[in-house]
Design a protein. Sequence first.
Length: 289
Amino acid sequence: MNKLSRGLLGVSLAVAFSGAVAAQDGASIPQVLQITREFVKPGKAGMAHDKAESLFVQAMTRAKWPTRYIGMTSLSGKQRALFFVSYASFEAWEKDTLATAKNSALANGLEHAGVVDGELLDSVDQGVFVFHPEMSLRAMSDLSHMRYMEISSYKVRPGHTAEWTEAVKLVKDAYEKGVPGSHWGAFEQRYGGDGGTYLILTAHKTLAEIDRGFAESKQFREAMGEDGMKKLNELVEKSVESSSHQLFAFNPRMSYVADEWMKSDGDFWKPKAAVEPAAKPATDKPAKP
């Protein structure tokens, strides 16, 4: 997926939707995306949180549960972890919830994991988002080789959705023309937050792709033209109240991904556990001189 802009409020959408991306493709695009945010207590991140989160993964694995999720940890902003769970519909989400409650072994395992994990957290919140195909460009399916996620959040002013939609279309058309390799996915928040909030998501294989995205802003400006940039600036000023841009790293120890991902990139998604050196056997014999 992709970000909408790195400098939206500062100038315009000039570097919007840049960089390489992977989202979901075809029928596999998540129509409903549930995002859980866990804000971690100071000193409780890193391996301490990874171990607690691994209890959720273990419970899901034992149950061979079909619903998968991706976990990631923050590289910017307040220390936190995100968890993405995608569904084909709200009905599919309901069925998954009801089935989980009926599976006592899984429900008990998740409850135990929640108690352990809760000791490490300051707070938790959840948001529910729906996919916006008309604001997205060439969304793709395979995230198995991705390592980072840029998340840009935009708060649209009440009554100015039309200007926002027009601004996004201008950006989309210009990037399709000027930077043909661009891809992104857009989601609108429906529950768990203020109205008028949109997410633009960008997955990266390496952070070098972010450098390349900045360089591609020139191609975007050329595709927009002087008049197009002027119009875009006016639309952004009218429609966008605020924006936030954050960077996260995928965390395999916090993720419960499909078997295909394990096969595709098992070295990353199924990291080997650290092995303690074997203790030497006790002996009463004196050491040799």
